[in-house]
Design a protein around this ligand. Structure first.
Ligand SMILES: *[C@@H]1O[C@H](CO)[C@@H](O)[C@H](O)[C@H]1NC(C)=O
Ligand SMILES: *[C@@H]1O[C@H](CO)[C@@H](O)[C@H](O)[C@H]1NC(C)=O
Ligand SMILES: *[C@@H]1O[C@H](CO)[C@@H](O)[C@H](O)[C@H]1NC(C)=O
Ligand SMILES: *[C@@H]1O[C@H](CO)[C@@H](O)[C@H](O)[C@H]1NC(C)=O
Ligand SMILES: *[C@@H]1O[C@H](CO)[C@@H](O)[C@H](O)[C@H]1NC(C)=O
Ligand SMILES: *[C@@H]1O[C@H](CO)[C@@H](O)[C@H](O)[C@H]1NC(C)=O
Ligand SMILES: *[C@@H]1O[C@H](CO)[C@@H](O)[C@H](O)[C@H]1NC(C)=O
Ligand SMILES: *[C@@H]1O[C@H](CO)[C@@H](O)[C@H](O)[C@H]1NC(C)=O
Length: 728
């Protein structure tokens, strides 16, 4: 009693002294080049003892410090312990920090500007809390729709994933925080992730899974995390071929490779393969029961003394870590770490949210994919409406309380992120109910039914409203939490919490039914042909401002311009990849991932990759193409896009390449996109440049195949508006 009172008093006192967040320094300072960073790092590390270098490469243990991982400072007076913290969409285990949109939702904006703005605030917040390494972006390709963690990354297409990943790295690092691209590599399902082997041929590896890593390495990413799974039977964190030969050799990665948490299983082979940091390890308390101590720490020192690992390799580990630290300018005035993970309540309160909620709201609205809009039922016209019904638990708050489920491991109330280490605590959430109430104005009556199982009440509430908006969800996450029997990966592609029945009951009762689905990925829609379902709205996982973003689109403040970053199939069997329960997970679909499978096999999806409606319409004309001899601009194209509808709006102009037949590629590959805002009645000229990167295939090396190419310009992967051919 006495102690707990004392603690409360202390926390209150500290909260009262809330500090303003230290500002990211990036805007004042250019990052160092790798060469500059390496010369400083080499000078520093050359003075270190073997023990100190080993300390830098080894974590100090899970739960023993205030971050999910900390490097050990050793006895060196020159080099601090560095803080590593999840995750891709915010700061895990943090208060007073923003809980923004998931990567999959950010991808749906197809908006480079917003991708970068989001990355800047992510970097600023991590910097403000004293986080040296942010554990993101996640670049796991959405190989199949069941993958539990796919919402943490940017979808099924490597080009989109590469653009979004590189912009995310750019924004985070320019704020002085080291970004960590993960999970390297072929970590595309949760099932058996610690034991199974992902087996893939060289070409598929390069063209699909490695592609986004190549883009973030070009952007200067400071760290890459090796994954839990095996690759061709060798653990990803012991794999000389993927780490040394490909990542550090072929791609020229100069930062530090860190292990995923507890993915490190021995001392010598990982060091030889090119791992630079063991996480979270436990250099201080090697005998904790939960944590198997450190495979490095004193054991790595011994391995060097025994001649099993060269000291040069350990020097290289420390140099890479120090180089990333110098490159991001962390040697100068880096803020003290003030996270309170693991209940370290003694840290001062630091509020880093600033006005980032505005960006969250903007990304959330820009990511809304409008799938259907019959009779132009949307945007809702406030003048003509007197009653709106809101139905489904996804419209309201978590009845058990905000953040009542650790790492968001439940599907209670509105869904705005998946679960696992990639989830964060919400500082608050604006539910769809609150967002809609705020924008509906006083004259509209709003009625509710939250109970997903009470179909009678749902139908009653829906029946006398002008418009019935029915909400449902589908969730997934990381395998260490099981939600409704889903061990991370999704058991099925159906809606949760009785969603299909609820939607049918509402649609039977109201002829102006609008369906809103918050989902980690595609779902089956057995009700899609119901004549009373006039609109289907797809906001993804928007984070804390979810209700405001949604209402912005429903009431027409924002004209929807989100596009699907994955394919929604008509039926489950149309997808070609399910999590495999075999010890060998063979990537036999090769290049046919996502829409490429649907295109190659003439399967019509329900909604294709790149699809999304607008409140206006766009006309494409005048495609012009020319070829040059410049390697970074082999082909240039322009197209004119005209907003010929009644309202201003943004269009996502997409460019797909059809390779010469002899190249053996799927029919079309996304190789460019531009989001352009065009006022009604106006037009805009959109340009694309395709260089060696965009036009190469992997054939022992990256080569541009000769022959006749097709260029498809369109509003989605199947809504092609202009076509041209060119020869290389
Ligand atoms: C730090 O120095 C102390 C005292 O010299 C020594 O016992 C300890 O092993 C050193 N720790 C590391 C990680 O080198
Ligand atoms: C910081 O977060 C704590 C915990 O959520 C909350 O109680 C407090 O009000 C926040 N402080 C500020 C200044 O926002
Ligand atoms: C996996 O094995 C295949 C077939 O032996 C080989 O072609 C490929 O290079 C290997 N890939 C990796 C990443 O080890
Ligand atoms: C460290 O080395 C000791 C002695 O060889 C061994 O017993 C222990 O299992 C090793 N620890 C780890 C975590 O590898
Ligand atoms: C913090 O303490 C609470 C209550 O003891 C516990 O449930 C929770 O797991 C702790 N959190 C961490 C991250 O250790
Ligand atoms: C919240 O989620 C948990 C875990 O899935 C579940 O057991 C609980 O019943 C849910 N609470 C409500 C009010 O739905
Ligand atoms: C699909 O999984 C969800 C979540 O576990 C469950 O609520 C639903 O009943 C399942 N649907 C089908 C058709 O199996
Ligand atoms: C995978 O196989 C194991 C062993 O046969 C079985 O216990 C488990 O239920 C299976 N899991 C899935 C998701 O199929």
């Amino acid at each position: 009693m006495y102690f707990s009172l004392g603690k409360v008093a202390l926390i209150t006192l500290l909260a009262g002294l809330a500090n303003a967040a230290p500002k990211g320094h990036a805007d004042q300072k250019k990052l160092l080049s790798w060469d500059e960073a390496y010369s400083k790092a080499e000078a520093l590390v050359s003075k270190m003892s073997l023990e100190d270098k080993v300390g830098m490469a080894t974590g100090s243990g899970w739960g023993l410090d205030n971050c999910v991982g900390n490097t050990y400072a050793g006895n060196s007076t020159d080099f601090p312990s560095l803080c590593l913290q999840d995750g891709p969409l915010g700061i895990r285990f943090a208060d007073n920090a923003t809980a923004g949109p998931a990567a999959i939702t950010t991808a749906a904006t197809f908006d480079r500007d917003l991708m970068l703005k989001r990355a800047h605030y992510l970097g600023k917040e991590s910097y403000g809390k004293g986080v040296n390494f942010q554990l993101g972006p996640c670049l796991d390709i959405y190989r199949g729709p069941y993958a539990g963690r796919a919402w943490e990354a940017f979808g099924e297409d490597p080009y989109l994933q590469g653009v979004a990943g590189a912009l995310t790295v750019k924004g985070i690092q320019s704020e002085g925080v080291i970004a960590t691209a993960k999970h390297f590599i072929l970590n595309n399902q949760e099932l058996n992730r610690h034991t199974s082997s992902s087996n893939v041929d060289d070409r598929t590896l390069r063209e699909v899974y490695l592609w986004p890593y190549a883009r973030v390495v070009e952007e200067g990413v400071g760290s890459v995390m090796c994954s839990y799974n095996r690759v061709n039977h060798t653990y990803a964190c012991e794999n000389e071929y993927t780490i040394n030969t490909i990542l550090k050799g072929e791609l020229g990665f100069r930062g530090a490779v860190q292990t995923d948490w507890f993915a490190h299983m021995e001392t010598v082979q990982s060091a030889k393969a090119g791992v630079d940091i063991e996480m979270p390890a436990s250099i201080i308390s090697p005998c904790l029961t939960r944590v198997p101590g450190a495979h490095w720490g004193p054991n790595l020192t011994q391995a060097v003394k025994d001649g099993k690992v060269s000291e040069d390799r350990v020097t290289n580990m420390a140099t890479r870590i120090a180089a990333a630290w110098y490159k991001m300018g962390q040697d100068k005035d880096f803020p003290e770490t003030t996270l309170r993970s693991f209940n370290r309540s003694e840290a001062p309160t630091v509020v880093v949210m600033d006005d980032h909620a505005k960006i969250v709201r903007e990304v959330g609205a820009a990511a809304v994919v409008l799938l259907e809009n019959d009779d132009n039922i949307l945007p809702l016209n406030e003048e003509k409406l007197s009653k709106i019904a809101l139905i489904g638990s996804d419209a309201g708050p978590n009845p058990d309380g905000l953040n009542s489920c650790a790492d968001q491991g439940c599907d209670n109330g509105t869904l705005a992120m998946g679960w696992g280490s990639g989830a964060v605590d919400y500082p608050y959430i604006v539910t769809p109910k609150e967002g809609i109430e705020k924008q509906a104005g006083g004259s509209i009556d709003i009625t509710y039914s939250y109970d997903d199982w009470d179909l009678v009440k749902a139908a009653n509430v829906a029946s006398d409203a002008d418009v019935a908006i029915v909400f449902s969800t589908s969730d997934s996450g990381e395998e260490y939490i099981v939600v409704d029997g889903n061990v991370g990966d999704r058991n099925n592609l159906s809606l949760w919490n009785n969603g299909d029945e609820l939607i049918k009951a509402v649609a039977d009762a109201n002829q102006n039914t609008v369906v809103v689905i918050h989902s980690v990925g595609p779902v089956l829609m057995p009700w899609i042909d119901h004549p009373n379902i006039k609109a289907v709205v797809w906001p993804g996982l928007p984070g804390q401002e979810t209700g405001n973003s949604l209402a912005d689109v429903l009431f027409g403040k924002v004209n929807p311009s989100g596009r699907l970053p994955y394919t929604i199939a008509k039926k489950e069997g149309d997808y070609n990849v399910k999590p495999s329960n075999e010890s060998d997970v063979n990537y036999i679909e090769k290049l046919e991932v996502g829409y490429k499978h649907f295109d190659a096999n003439n399967i019509e999806p329900l909604y294709e990759f790149g699809y999304g409606l607008s409140y206006t319409s766009f006309k494409y004309s005048d495609l012009k193409v020319k070829t040059t001899k410049k390697e970074d601009a082999l082909v240039k194209a322009t197209v004119t896009v005209n907003n010929d509808g009644d309202v201003d709006g943004a269009e996502v102009v997409q460019a797909y390449i059809g390779f010469p037949e002899s190249a053996g590629e799927p029919p079309k590959l996304l190789r460019g996109f531009e989001k352009v805002f065009i006022k009604k009645g106006k037009k805009s000229k959109v340009s694309f440049t395709f260089g060696k990167t965009e036009l190469s295939i992997w054939d022992q090396e990256w080569t541009v195949p000769s022959g006749e190419y097709k260029l498809y310009i369109g509003a989605s992967s199947r809504d092609i508006r202009q076509t041209a051919t060119f020869s290389l």
